[in-house]
Design a protein around this ligand. Structure first.
Ligand SMILES: [Zn+2]
Length: 156
C-alpha cells in the first residue's frame, strides 16, 4: 500500500530536530556533502553546523527519507545499510526478500522498514543480525561447494 502524499497541505513536512528541538529547513546539500552532483535536498537543522543534524528527502519530493540524524547516527545507519545490502548484493536473497526480512526483525510494516528510520539501538541490531545471516549463508555456500567437489570426484 503506497500512497503518495499530496504536496499541498503538507505544512508539517519539515521535521523537527530531535537533538535541539529546532525546526529544520529544506535546502540543497551543497556545502554539506563533499560531492552533491546528485543535487540531493536535505532537511537541515536550523542550528547547523552547531547542531549537525539532517535527513535526505526522496528525490523530487519534500518527503523526508527517515528521521533527522546527527553524525553518529548517520554513520551507524551507513554501517547497518552496508551489512543489510550484502544480503542481496551477493545473491543470498532478493532485495524484496531482504526488505521483508528487515520488516520482520524490526517487527514493522514493510513500508516502514527503512534504514533511515533506525535509531542507535535498532541500527546495532540490524547490523548484528545482518552479519549473522550473511555468515550463515556463507557457511551454507561452503558446505554446498564441498559437496559439489566431492560429488564431482565420485562421478569421475
Ligand atoms: Zn538540531
Amino acid at each position: 500500500m503506497k500512497h503518495h502524499q499530496k504536496r499541498k497541505g503538507m505544512k508539517n513536512a519539515a521535521p523537527r530536530c530531535p537533538y535541539c528541538g529546532s525546526h529544520t529547513v529544506l535546502r540543497s546539500a551543497d556545502g554539506i556533502y563533499v560531492d552533491n552532483s546528485r543535487e540531493t535536498m536535505l532537511y537541515v537543522c536550523k542550528n547547523y553546523p552547531a547542531c549537525d543534524a539532517y535527513v535526505r528527502v526522496q528525490p523530487g519530493t519534500t518527503i523526508p527519507l527517515g528521521t533527522v540524524a546527527n553524525r553518529e547516527l548517520r554513520a551507524m545507519r551507513a554501517e547497518a545499510h552496508r551489512h543489510f545490502n550484502q544480503l542481496f548484493k551477493y545473491g543470498f536473497m532478493s532485495k524484496h526478500d531482504a526488505y521483508q526480512w528487515l520488516a520482520g526483525i524490526l517487527n514493522a510494516p514493510r513500508d516502514q522498514a527503512h534504514i533511515g528510520c533506525l535509531n542507535e539501538i535498532t541500527c546495532e541490531y540490524v547490523t548484528r543480525e545482518a552479519k549473522k545471516l550473511v555468515a550463515w549463508y556463507q557457511e551454507k555456500q561452503r558446505e554446498k561447494n564441498c559437496r559439489l567437489r566431492k560429488g564431482g570426484a565420485m562421478a569421475s
